[in-house]
Design a protein around this ligand. Structure first.
Ligand SMILES: [Zn+2]
Length: 167
């Protein structure tokens, strides 16, 4: 099996990525995202801050894939420097680390155009989770991140209110 088949076949990662787009993350033409973009850089303050914290950096913007492709730029495989635009898995998401890099290890961003996995060694990485930078991007769109009891979390538009459960 090739790495690309492994990538194409990871339903969980693809579904998570597409949910990100549905929420407006890295989505061209979505005003709350576009407002932070100049050329091929995003200046969304929460995403930039998350990147700087996770990488001990002090960048002013995050590179996008291109001016017409608003995914975060793909900067290579995690654990295979140079690692720009990498981040830690978002802990409040209650991630199941099976098949993932695990806590405290930089991972590819969820909203990159290409997911780079580690295919060798004793701990091959086959799937990626949402990262602090991706969550920062959601906050820059106006989403509030609200921890839920248990292992899940909800991303809610502050203005939209809480969807009511069926009784
Ligand atoms: Zn995408």
């Amino acid at each position: 099996m090739t790495a690309s088949l492994r990538y194409d076949g990871d339903f969980y990662r693809i579904a998570l990525h597409e949910i990100g787009h549905a929420l407006g993350l890295n989505t061209d033409g979505f005003g709350n995202f576009d407002q932070h973009v100049t050329g091929s850089d995003s200046f969304g303050p929460e995403a930039v801050a998350a990147y700087n914290i996770d990488n001990g950096a002090s960048v002013a913007s995050l590179e996008l894939a291109s001016s017409t492709n608003p995914h975060w730029a793909d900067n290579g495989s995690p654990l295979n420097p140079p690692t720009a635009a990498q981040s830690f898995i978002f802990e409040l998401g209650g991630p199941d680390y099976s098949g993932m890099v695990g806590p405290g290890i930089l991972q590819d961003l969820l909203m990159e155009p290409t997911a780079n996995f580690l295919t060798g060694g004793s701990n091959p990485i086959q799937r990626i989770e949402i990262t602090n930078v991706d969550i920062g991007g959601a906050r820059d769109l106006g989403w509030a991140i609200i921890p839920e009891p248990g292992t899940s979390f909800l991303v809610l538009l502050s203005a939209a209110g809480f969807p009511r459960r069926k009784r």
